[in-house]
Each structure stands twice: as structure tokens, then as C-alpha cells.
Design a protein around this ligand. Sequence first.
Ligand code: CDP
Ligand code: CDP
Length: 206
Amino acid sequence: MRFTVAIDGPAAAGKGTISRAVAAHFRFAHLDTGLLYRAVGAKVAEGADPVAAAEGLDLSDLARGDLRSAEAGQAASRVAALPEVRAALVAFQRSFARREGGAVLDGRDIGTVICPEAEVKLFVTASDAERARRRWLELAARGGAQSEAEILADLRERDRRDREREAAPLRPAPDALLLDTTELTIDAAVNKAIEAIELRQAQGRE
Ligand code: CDP
Ligand code: CDP
């Protein structure tokens, strides 16, 4: 059985949280594609050539250092604007998306570029203030010292760069379901995603 769930949206909207819960619920594999760009960004910050870093990426790179930091996010969004870097990461993501047993991928271009044939596409959003508040809570719990205002500025800068780039800009696929999580609890957001997938699975059986 091949079944792909594509989850895209701006920073800290809840993509990863929803993806992990959906993957556990349906026993699908999950790939956080942001981690690929964060790992390339971290290698470039250490002096590597961006394209060589992307071409040579391996699993151990995804476990390195603090890839969740705001600095790693900024480094990721800069290398993510380079078409050659994106091209080097396409084949791995596509084969993950179409693997046997179902897959959930979250990122910016999953429904538009990586897997336009995905059975379910969600575009997850939340207000800027709510996203900054969530990321602040998350980073503060891990000892981060950034203020909410600094995090808001960081998310906005990254979103702008992601939306305005020529290569695979952040935007909803025409057939994506928009899921605004501003007023939703995590459980409510996850349930909406599960419902959309169950609906599509039922259609597939008709
Ligand atoms: O993957 P993405 O950057 O889109 O977001 P995330 O890491 O899944 O979510 C960012 C933070 O918001 C996490 O700490 C989640 O627990 C939290 N969250 C929330 O409070 N309410 C939601 N409906 C979804 C996520
Ligand atoms: O968790 P958060 O939403 O803050 O970021 P992320 O998903 O880890 O992505 C970090 C950066 O990688 C983004 O700002 C994008 O520039 C880039 N990215 C991308 O271009 N395409 C993807 N499929 C995933 C991430």
C-alpha cells in the first residue's frame, strides 16, 4: 500500500506535531524534511560547500548538534533557497514518500514539488503571534534564552525568505486542505488531520 500525507506550512505552525501523531496513528513512516535543510545549513556553517553538503548528507548528519535552534533554522532557510541544494535532496524525499506502508512528510514543498500526487495534502497555519508563542515555549523549555519578540522576528524573516524564493517557494498546493491551528488544541488539530486521511482512505476503497 502506498499512501502519502504531505504536510506543509510556515515555521512553528504545528506541522511536526501533527505529522508525528498522524504517523503513529496510521503506522506510517514520518520524515521531517526541515531536518535535511537544517543539517545542510549546519555543515555550511562549519565551512562546507552547500551543494557538496547536500549531496553527501547521511543519517548521522541528522543527529548532529542542536539542529532545532533558531540559528540552525536561519542557516537552513538560506541554503534552502539554492536550487542545486534542493535538487540534491529530491530523490531521497520522493522515494520516502512512495515507500510501501504509507508515509507522512512535513516541510514547505511536499505537496507542490516533492509529491504532487500525495493522497492527502494539508497546509497548516497559525497566526504569527501564536506561532512565536509556541516556539518560545518550546525553546524556553530547552533552556533557550531568546525573547518572544526575537523569535517572532526570526519566524517572519524565514517565512518571507521561504515564500519569496524562486525555487519551490512556500505556498499551498491548489488541492491542499487549509488547517488554521491558531485556535485549536494539539488534539483538535491532529483529529482534523486524521479525519481528512480517513475520508480519503474511504474514497480509495469505493
Ligand atoms: O513543525 P512546525 O515547526 O510547524 O511546528 P511544531 O514544532 O510541530 O509545533 C511548534 C510548537 O507548537 C510545539 O511545541 C507544539 O507542541 C506546539 N503546538 C501547539 O501548541 N498547538 C498546536 N495546535 C500545534 C502545536
Ligand atoms: O520547524 P520549522 O517549521 O521552524 O522549520 P523546519 O521545517 O525545520 O525548516 C527549516 C527551514 O528549512 C525552513 O525555514 C525552510 O527554509 C527549509 N525547508 C524547505 O525549504 N523545504 C522543506 N521541505 C523543509 C524545510
